[in-house]
Design a protein around this ligand. Sequence first.
Ligand SMILES: O=C(O)CCC(=O)C(=O)O
Length: 285
Amino acid sequence: MQLTQVTRIDRADKDEFHQHYIRDQRPVVMSGMTEDWPAYSKWNLDHFKEVAGQKEVPLYDDRPVSHEDGFNEPHKRMLFKDYLELLKEGPTNYRIFLFNLLREVPELQHDFNWPDLGLKLVKQLPMLFFGGEGSKVFMHYDIDYSNILHFHFHGRKKCIIFPPSQTPFLYKVPHSLISREDINFESPDLDRWPALKHAKGYVAELEHGDMLYMPEGYWHFMKYETAGFSMSLRAFPRSPKHLCKAAYNVVFMRYFDVLMRRWHGQRWIDYKNEKAIRNTHANLV
Ligand SMILES: O=C(O)CCC(=O)C(=O)O
């Protein structure tokens, strides 16, 4: 894989951000974006325990997709206060993925501002993500191909990202949003996954206060180097091609996949995983 560091800048204004990053669909890390938000100093594990400890949260670990699961179905549920204790105790694979905590605890919405960077952010969908030390988010892209502003809080996180143009080299599993889950994107076995030699992407290390801009449909793999949490704000894609793909995923693909899991069980999952290799290697000849 050929990975370059995502450009890092200090706060940019709307025009600059639009011209250099949104228009050109280039990722960037901006520091200092959240320093004037109450959340910057207020949001920590103890604060969440206080305001939302009694909520039940959906958890995911790194087990491979099974035909017994629904599309994006959580692996476990727990009271938020117990999960936060787990994060403090030490490494754990359990993560909270795409949780609309701000809908559950509306007062949290007063703790941040919607940044004006030239993106039409969707106000209903501020999502929070939590992970234990060492936990990994498999390589995937988002169902709606959105532009994502990913704000990191508390601890360190590593992100490996690829533009949609690199999909032919990423062992994409058909009828899904993921690449093969047995690829270790931090140190891939290139004899087993030779197409990755051609993949050109980016890497970024996020710390408290950093914001990563991921353009439309970007693939992303995240590793929580320490326990931590992030918030993503999103803006729907502007490219007609991405809008069509998003509509196809939301209206058809996810239901089709669930149906096929019910019909064919594990054979469907195994078939898709094999097809990921055949499709990708066909792109190499
Ligand atoms: O950082 C995470 O836990 C996942 C982030 C993610 O997938 C997203 O923002 O779309």
